[in-house]
Design a protein around this ligand. Structure first.
Ligand code: NOJ
Length: 762
């Protein structure tokens, strides 16, 4: 559709051949954009910096844009989100390219966080698969489905490291670890963009929320963040950088402040670091009204905060229209420069160019695609497998699981038959009516020899006011007409008739996600009561726990015989759970975030630095770093997860105990499947820098491999360590390694590890 590009060019009366000294390699793009910008009025340039959402569909914020059509016609809109489907996207794009003066196409965005219509497990669940191929595939499928519906700009991946499970959005990221988080960030960007954002089945990725959003104080959403530069550089920033290095086209600024300045107006963050140090050449979009919110942060009125944002390096303003309504005035008053407006406008136009919109603004619109590409059998199969591989088996006494496909199973609990809670939080494009419940999944998988006795047993929560807060996006919690006591009685009666109990309990999907922080992270009390009563029956008790965050489940860990932690598994939830519960799939997930014993231990994560008074062992010692009322150790450590089989680690070997700057050491370990099932194991490599110029973590993940090991088989798994793996940011924020002793650990979780050591010589 070169014709369209010609049409835009033909509108350009005067072509001033000023040489654009942009670093961009694509000089054709530079010339095209320069010509176009020569034709634009200042208000039209500012219009490109405006991102709107018309409302009416799926809301992801508390305000919506007004007069959207008129604004598009007037050239006051650069991008839009919340519009879905070829027909609607075409209509809206038509307004821009046929009715606005310069016919500049719009960006169409959306939050496609864990699948578009084929909803995959919540991101924290997917992270627990430790399977980069599956994660990349999930992102690729999401892109294929979203583009089939006309959406080609994704507000994902969310890569905020979080070590605070009170924070509801821990569900949306990949947990606590910078290394695992970086690998996942890369896999997702690759999945969405496939190295070609202009292809009709790929979408532009947005890495968010830049930066440090996951470190909100007290786990309360949107709260302040305060952190040392060392912690930022070594622990919280690497995942954003990994996404950018993988080529993410866009960055979204976060709501929180960073070093006292809100991210959306933080020049150090958006310019010095992002562009200066990291060479990011895409565009930066604000989060939803985060520019306006700098007023509440105390940074001035709308004009002041909008100028602050533009001058800091923010390019596009999401929904708040501070840019649209104040930048021209600020220009006249000398508060912003034309150069800064031009730079931001150019970055937005470059994204449009790279997406191919100037060749064909309708390139992502094909009315035949939704039918062909969305929620296909193949996509659903991928979601089912990915879900099954993301579940973490936390406990399995006496090999209660897998269940035999015969006998009587009492299937109880408020999430056993709850279609509205399967997709999980942040699935605005998903369709609950497509979700497979656990009871349905059981029936699909069990065959003819299992009898399922169902009872709800409890509400997700009993408190109507609490339920209302969870039900803002539709009914997730239905408070039953029966009394709690009666429901428990029914469940216990079913349990007594059965050979085994499977209780599906946990959080409703909107108990995590945005603005869904919790100060207690236990299973709600009414469900706890149910679990206590079920355990008293003496029947084997299997808990299937759904949740958007790690939970404090010490009591349940005592009461249950087996615990399968499934997060919110997505559209194929029930099938995937049945696959694992009945042994068609052997669980292989490993925790991407530590499970604390109680809320008081938070923040709790494996990569701690030693104190000067470390605790020795588990018992309390005066004048040591420990609690009076709880041990320091987690309930389940990072990297932990069982299988139906067992893996024995032995024979940790190193090719040398000396490493030089140019060389490499091979480290290998033998992993034997000593149990009765074939199974996948995630072999994890951690390193400790024993003596350094700053305090360093006791161990840091530096590598992992997920391997299928057949029963009886032994595999030698090797890793290579080079000097690069030992680098960290020192007090001067130089990224370098320091010579001396290092410890290497390999094992199946961050706690049970074989150990060796080597010396780095420099
Ligand atoms: C606010 C959220 O913080 C962000 O993640 C999301 O992309 C935007 N709303 C748009 O929905």
């Amino acid at each position: 559709m070169k014709l369209y590009k010609l049409a835009v060019i033909s509108l350009i009366v005067l072509v001033s051949c000023q040489s654009q000294k942009t670093e961009n390699k694509d000089s054709e793009m530079d010339m095209f954009i320069s010509k176009l910008m020569n034709e634009m009025t200042i208000q039209e340039k500012i219009g490109q910096l405006n991102l709107v959402t018309p409302g009416g569909g799926i809301l992801t914020g508390s305000v919506v844009s007004s007069d959207v059509e008129a604004k598009i016609r007037n050239g006051n809109v650069g991008g839009i989100f919340g519009v879905y489907g070829p027909e609607k996207v075409r209509q809206a794009q038509k307004l821009a390219v046929e009715e606005s003066r310069l016919k500049i196409p719009m960006l169409f965005g959306s939050d496609v966080i864990h699948g578009y219509k084929t909803t995959f497990p919540i991101p924290l669940g997917m992270a627990c698969s430790w399977d980069m191929e599956r994660i990349e595939q999930a992102a690729q499928i999401a892109a294929k489905e979203a583009t089939a519906d006309g959406i080609f700009w994704n507000f994902s991946p969310m890569v905020d490291i979080s070590r605070d499970p009170r924070w509801g959005r821990i569900s949306e990221g990949s947990g606590e670890d910078p290394y695992l988080g970086s690998q996942i960030a890369k896999a997702m960007v690759n999945g969405y963009q496939q190295n070609d954002v202009s292809a009709s089945n790929t979408m532009m990725a947005t890495v968010k929320h830049f930066a440090l959003y996951g470190a909100a104080e007290a786990g309360r959403d949107y709260n302040s963040v305060d952190m040392s530069r060392l912690k930022m550089y070594n622990e919280y920033l690497p995942a954003y950088k990994a996404a950018i290095d993988a080529g993410a086209g866009c960055v979204m600024s976060s709501f929180n402040d960073v070093d006292g300045i809100p991210a959306s107006g933080n020049k150090w963050l958006l310019s010095d670091l992002l562009r200066g140090e990291w060479n990011f050449d895409g565009f930066v979009v604000s989060d939803y009204t985060s520019v306006n919110e700098m007023i509440a942060h105390g940074l001035g009125d709308l004009q002041a905060v909008s100028a602050l944002a533009l001058n800091a390096g923010l390019d596009m303003d999401m929904v708040g229209e501070g840019f649209l309504t104040t930048l021209e005035k600020s220009l006249k008053e000398g508060k912003v420069s034309e150069e800064n407006i031009n730079t931001a406008c150019r970055r937005v136009l470059e994204a449009k160019y790279k997406l191919g919109l100037f060749d064909d603004p309708y390139r992502y619109i094909d009315e035949s695609r939704p039918q062909k590409d969305i929620l296909t059998k193949e996509n659903r199969a991928a979601a089912r497998e990915t879900a099954a591989h993301s579940f973490v088996l936390l406990k399995n006494n006496k090999q209660v699981l897998p269940l035999k496909k015969s006998g009587k199973v009492a299937l109880v609990g408020p999430l056993a038959d709850s279609q509205n809670n399967m997709l999980g939080t942040w699935a605005p494009t998903g369709d609950h009516s497509e979700a497979i419940t656990v009871i349905k999944g059981f029936n699909n998988v069990i065959g003819n020899d299992v009898e399922v006795l169902y009872a709800k047993g409890a509400n997700i929560v009993d408190d109507t006011q609490y339920a209302e807060k969870i039900n803002v996006f539709g009914p997730k919690v239905n408070i039953d007409k029966r009394s709690p006591e009666q429901m428990i009685r029914e469940a216990v009666a079913a349990a007594k008739k059965a050979d085994v109990i499977v209780a599906v309990v946990g959080e409703a999907s909107e108990m995590s996600g945005e603005s869904a922080s919790r100060s207690e992270i236990t299973i709600p009390e009414c469900q706890k009561k149910l679990i206590r009563e079920l355990s008293k029956t003496g029947k084997p008790l299997v808990l299937v726990i759904m949740s958007g965050r790690p939970l404090a489940i010490s009591e349940e860990n005592e009461l249950a015989d087996a615990i399968l932690f499934t997060w919110h598994p997505g559209v194929e939830a029930g099938n995937a759970i049945a696959d694992v519960v009945f042994g068609d799939c052997n669980p292989s997930g490993k925790l991407a975030a530590t499970f604390p014993r109680n809320v008081g231990q938070i923040p709790l994560y494996y990569a701690i630095r030693n104190t000067g008074r470390p605790q020795a062992g588990e018992t309390f010692t005066k004048f040591k770093s420990n609690y009076l009322d709880v041990s320091n150790s987690p309930l389940f450590p990072f990297g932990y997860g069982l299988s139906y089989t067992q893996f024995a680690y032995s024979n940790l070997q190193m090719s040398s105990t000396k490493l030089t700057s140019e060389g490499a050491i091979q480290v290998s370990v033998d992993v034997k499947n000593t149990g009765n099932f074939d199974g996948e194991e995630v072999i994890q490599l951690y390193i400790r820098d024993v003596v350094a110029s700053i305090t360093r973590p006791m161990k840091e993940l530096k590598g992992f491999k997920k391997e299928m090991i057949l029963k009886g088989e032994s595999k030698t798994v090797s890793f290579e360590i080079s000097e690069k793996d030992l680098r960290f940011y020192n007090s001067q924020l130089h990224f370098d390694s320091e010579p001396g002793e290092f410890e290497v650990f390999i094992g199946g979780n961050s706690d049970q590890l074989l150990k060796a050591s080597f010396i780095l010589e420099k």
